[in-house]
Design a protein around this ligand. Sequence first.
Ligand code: ADP
Length: 404
Amino acid sequence: MKILVINCGSSSLKYQLFEMHHRKVMAKGIVERIGERGSRLVVEIPSVSNSKIVEEIKNIKQAANLVIRVLTDKEIGSVRSIKEISAVGHRIVHGGSQFSHPVIVDTAVKRGIELLADLAPLHNVAALEGINAFERVLPEKRQVVAFDTSFHQTIPKKAYLYSIPYRYYERYGIRKYGFHGLSHKYVAQRAAELLGRDLIKLKLITCHLGSGASVTAVDKGKSIDTSMGFTPLEGLTMGTRSGDIDPSIISFLVEKEAMPLERVKEFLNKECGVLGVSGISSDFRDLESLAKKGDSRAILALDVFVYDVKRYISAYIGILNGIDALVFTAGIGENSSTIRQQICENMTYLGLEVDAKKNKCTNGNECRISTSRSKPIFVIPTNEELMIALETQEAIRTMEESFA
Ligand code: ADP
């Protein structure tokens, strides 16, 4: 079975074609700058060096056409005909409270995603355009949607409700939704596979540490709490996002700095986090190299980040009443030995200890980085696209079984 995975942004379309039996990527690429000058498709084909196709791509429909043309191309294509592709899986950022599983697209599903656009305006609208485009270019194929929020739909109400008047939860759906769900789910499943144990019996904490970052408590395979909230702004200090702050700071700044209210969102999303604290960079590689040279603000920004991750891990060990394994993933989690080491420092009382030699793991490798007396600590490169492909396969299987 071959599944095409699509991730549509407002000006880009990423795709990967999977051969599901071996979970192998047959082709991948990105259409960039859709609707802008210099739009192009960059194709990555294993065993062939990257190739670039530069042409005018005005909209997502044209981008979809181009992707299919390239996938079936005689020279650089990966399939002889589109008949070989069984289904298309789309990534959707926000599924609200409505979508707790991947589903096969129909009119009602599209309407549901459209109604949720209020919660994720840029993302959900672009994803819908992607679905419509692939419905047109591959009308015979099943389209499935997989949501970043679905994995967190098992979080109990006491953990997802904010203590504001209940009517706002009822009226606007203001609650914790959580994000990076496809990533947390993927690495939790991989951790169970690496341990050779059933996920249903495990208490895991997964740390997705990239430019956006979140920590999730996974009990018996289900997310029971996560650090991101109503939007991906809550939780950990991130590259440019503030994470948790006292809400009063906003009204204080609005008054003191004469900051227009419409600027607040941009300020909290783009000017805070480790960029705000360091005043230098949101990139952890820059901060680490400056910290090594003794730059005090870079050291401070990294300290704030590390402290936050420790705070969430510690809280979730308490909520889970223990931990069977800790997992690091995404750009920082997969590559920064220093940050992983610092996060796990002084955590022996919680049963966690990093082995300095094993912790050298980087570059997309799966490693167990804990000492022999520690609970397992893993580095597991995330693979959200494969997760979408697996969810697409699962949604189709469930539907076929219901008809059988
Ligand atoms: P996103 O997909 O959210 O953009 P990524 O998962 O790609 O994020 O992570 C990006 C972050 O990972 C950047 O902040 C970058 O600094 C960090 N990163 C990547 N490689 C390294 C490394 N070798 N050491 C430290 N940080 C790294």
